[in-house]
Design a binder for this molecule. Structure first.
Ligand code: ADP
Ligand code: MG
Length: 629
């Protein structure tokens, strides 16, 4: 059938063209990773065939050994890699080598286009590893025969420009062979020693033998099945680089083996940096599930809770049925049990790390704390374990240090019953505001929350070790030593008398109308003239600030209580204005200004137009009264 054998030329999908264009023209560093990517694809294909032969009856070329063979030819300047994996049908070749299905590739493209990534190392993490071939090859030839017995062999070729061609190729054995015809300046990859060196560096843990020009180079071993004492530091690191497709070194390595209640052999790694922090999009889970060294599921989803998606590594359990399918695995009760055991042990491991080396733990928390916070608000069963792992800035410790809730409790005053916190954009901003005054006076520690999620986390935890978590801007704060200090102050009290400050408050409420819930005399203010407190225990100011920031009209969301300081000069002067009933306009502007300032201190936005107008009025007054004097 001559017609059938004629190559069909097809265009790449737009996305692929874009990726190829960038891969060919702008990735300069680490081009060598194409070797790792092609080996990893071969290994994936082999894992699949190993798994299929357990679940499916008919496998083409069933008895072929599972292995990877690389051949180099310095004269012809070629590199070729073949595997005996699942292979590709014609439809699969078009689907998998002509389009990009992977979810992360959009973000990858964006990073590349923005010039934020020039390092080819990232390529494998976004499911576009195959295209790395075009960094070094001027033409790529793929021949493949699927494990499905009814399939036909195919031959796929491309120069990486806009199109590829595909044709039938009879007479092939199962698996895939990829031949790269190297670019002029990339001959090093047609050299046997260079390739061996790269395999040692990146692919030493591939679970299938890799031969280079007939010689096996990798040591096939599942180090997670060994006991801890038999694995060296170097092997752990090397295995991390392999399993996480990474070049960095892990922050923590957790090798966990158990025999009861489940048989578990696992190694979990915390990477060096958090990709989500750099807005690379949501991470995919990174722990693979094995049963007796056979890969059951890559990046197994239900194996760990979502908030542990930053972990990389393997979990192997011989309690899993080998022939379990992906679909049934997702809801398998056994996987749920694995999840429970491993999560519990991993959180305990983190706590142990914090005890051993708090500074190192802090570094971890700076990078990955967002996941612990996510867990604390979503995993109710483990709320306490997760709360224990939280860290915060605090009034009691240095600026760049963190405290745990436990350490806070140890420092608590004798009669203190709650843990106090205050949110704000920075230490300076929080410390400049009026809220800390009462706490400072009594030496009570306040946690500083800089990120909007912090407020949400503490608000949803509500308490820790029977201590209430209380926002320091709550109305009705009851600080432990309040009575004592009040008595002391009475001797030299220069405050407005109580009835007058009550009248003043009522008068101010009339002026402010509905914008405040109430105006009342403060018991907590020392230096500042006024502050806003939040009567709503559930809907904290931090939360309201988030609402306000996202609602983009400058409307206030909740109603606040304005507390005034009867000792403050401004309030006394305002009281004089109230009694003399003179300069009513000035009095009104002054009250509104006071309220506006309190709003700013509370971190709420106020309409700049209103603010400017009010300031102008105050200026006019001030300058005008000067002139008439
Ligand atoms: P990823 O490996 O993340 O899926 P790649 O760009 O590396 O992305 O590969 C794309 C797809 O091409 C793979 O998912 C697989 O379906 C197919 N593929 C690549 N290499 C092989 C191979 N050696 N054997 C079978 N299929 C392969
Ligand atoms: Mg790949």
């Amino acid at each position: 059938m001559p017609d059938k054998a004629k190559p069909k030329t097809k265009k790449f999908k737009a996305e692929v063209k874009q990726v190829l264009d960038i891969v060919i023209n702008s990735l300069y560093t680490n081009k060598e990773i194409f070797v790792r990517e092609l080996i990893s694809n071969a290994s994936d294909a082999l894992e699949k065939v190993r798994h299929r032969s357990l679940t499916e009856k008919e496998i083409f070329d069933k008895d072929l050994p599972l292995e990877i063979r690389i051949e180099t030819d310095e004269k012809a300047k070629t590199f070729s890699i073949s595997d005996t994996g699942v292979g590709l049908t014609a439809a699969e070749a078009e689907e998998n080598l002509g389009t990009i299905a992977h979810s992360g590739s959009r973000e990858f493209l964006q990073k590349l286009e923005d010039g934020e990534a020039t390092d080819a190392d990232l390529i494998g993490q976004f499911g576009v590893g195959f295209y790395a071939s075009f960094m070094v090859a001027k033409e790529v030839f793929v021949t493949s025969r699927s494990y499905k017995s009814e399939a036909e062999g195919i031959r796929w070729t491309s120069k990486g420009a806009g199109n590829y061609s595909i044709t039938d190729q009879p007479g092939l054995h199962r698996g895939t062979k990829i031949v790269l015809d190297m670019q002029e300046d990339q001959e090093e990859y047609a050299n046997s020693d260079r390739i061996k060196e790269l395999i040692k560096q990146y692919s030493n843990f591939v679970p299938f033998p890799i031969f280079v020009d007939g010689e096996q180079v990798n040591t096939v071993q599942a180090i997670w099945t060994k006991s801890k004492s038999d694995v060296s530091e170097g092997e752990y690191k090397e295995f991390y680089k392999f399993i996480a497709n990474a070049m960095d070194e892990p922050t923590f390595t957790f090798h966990f083996n158990a025999d009861v209640p489940l048989e578990i052999r696992s190694i979990l790694y915390v990477p060096d940096s958090n990709m989500e922090k750099f807005h690379f999009g949501r991470m995919e889970p990174g722990v693979h599930l094995y049963c007796r060294k056979v890969l059951i599921q890559q990046q197994a989803e239900k194996l760990l809770p979502e908030y542990l998606r930053f972990l990389r590594g393997v979990v192997d359990s011989s309690d899993l049925p080998l022939n379990i399918s992906r679909e049934t695995m997702q809801d398998s009760a056994l996987v749920a049990r694995l999840n429970r055991v491993i999560t519990g042990r991993f959180l305990k491991f983190l706590d142990e790390q914090a005890h051993d080396d708090e500074e190192k733990y802090s570094t971890f928390f700076k990078e990955f704390g967002m996941f612990i916070k996510e867990g604390a608000t979503s995993d109710f069963e483990r709320r306490d374990e997760l709360a224990k792992l939280l860290r915060f800035a605090s009034s009691a410790i240095d600026d760049d240090k963190y405290t745990s809730l436990d350490a806070y409790i140890e420092r608590m005053k004798e009669k203190q019953e709650s843990i106090y916190y205050l949110s704000g954009p920075s230490r300076d901003a929080i410390e400049a505001g009026p809220y800390l005054e009462a706490f400072r006076e009594q030496g009570i520690e306040v946690l500083y929350l800089y990120e909007s999620i912090d407020d949400f986390v503490l608000n949803s935890l509500r308490e820790y070790k029977e201590k209430k978590l209380v926002s320091a801007d709550q109305a009705d704060l009851k600080l432990p030593e309040k009575e004592e200090t009040e008595e002391k102050e009475e001797e030299t009290d220069t405050s407005l008398p109580e009835n007058e400050s009550g009248d003043l408050a009522r008068w101010m409420k009339e002026i402010l109308g509905d914008s405040v819930e109430e105006v009342r005399t403060s018991k907590r203010l020392v230096k500042s003239p006024a502050l806003l407190v939040n009567p709503d225990e559930f809907f904290t100011t931090g939360m309201q600030r988030i609402m306000q920031a996202t609602s983009n009209d400058n409307k206030q969301t909740g109603r606040y209580i304005l507390e005034i300081n009867p000792k403050h000069k401004i309030l006394k002067q305002l009281n004089d204005l109230r009694i003399s009933k003179s300069q009513e306009d000035l009095a009104k502007v002054a009250v509104e200004s006071l309220y506006g300032n309190a709003m700013i201190s509370a971190g709420m936005m106020i309409d700049p137009k209103v603010l400017v107008e009010r300031n102008t009025q105050m200026l006019e007054r001030a300058l005008g009264s000067n002139k008439s004097e």
